[in-house]
Design a protein around this ligand. Sequence first.
Ligand code: ZN
Ligand code: ZN
Length: 251
Amino acid sequence: MLGEIDAQTTKWSFTMRTNQMPRESRAMTRFEVLVIAGVIALLTMVVLPGVANTSNRYGRLACLNNLRQIGVAFHSWGNDRGDFVPLRTPMKDGGLGKNSSGGLLNPRAGSAWFDFAYMSNQLGAPNILICPSDTAKAPNQCSTWRDLFVRQNAAVSYFVCCEAFPNKPQAILAGDRNLQSDALGNCDVGISGIWQANANSGSRSGWTNIMHFPMGNLLLNDGQVAETSTDTMHWYLGLTTFSGAVHCVMP
Ligand SMILES: [Zn+2]
Ligand SMILES: [Zn+2]
């Protein structure tokens, strides 16, 4: 009896072992796959945001640098024109705007690419008109102004503000295009149906989630650049307007 039990036990144990071996190795393989998948998931979580943050940081800084250079160009252009932007400078003084008797405005003034191209001598290269974080526009980089005249707004990331008066140093002069408006409105520079924000607490204008989510970069009248949240952007809208409304020529 004992011998039989021993033999059965042994046989059973042996059978279990031989049956278990492949099962164990299959289970180990599955476990290893799970571990590897876990490690990959962990690396993705740790490394990818770092890469994204680095590129976001690069985009923000390069964008601020573009706007700083654009500010220098505006001031260089406006230097002997009372520091008014082309939109606010009458045509008789070499600007794009209406003359004192009204009515005259360059028909292309309502398109941001033309407002920038008008200052091509001061801007230098047109590639500073694209924000590196603007993935829709980035492939359209222009190395020459001839290219910009072909691609037009497809190669421009920045708006030009119509209410940048020289006596308001903190007024918005230009900025990232990812701004939603309250409505379209008519500006006294002579452009109808353009981006409009109301500089009050009820304004729904704000940065959209493309480019520098959830922020946007502004160039101010005095040449300073600012990385802003929607709330801070509203504050600058208040410093820009004289009538409650702010208009921007969008690319
Ligand atoms: Zn930008
Ligand atoms: Zn206006």
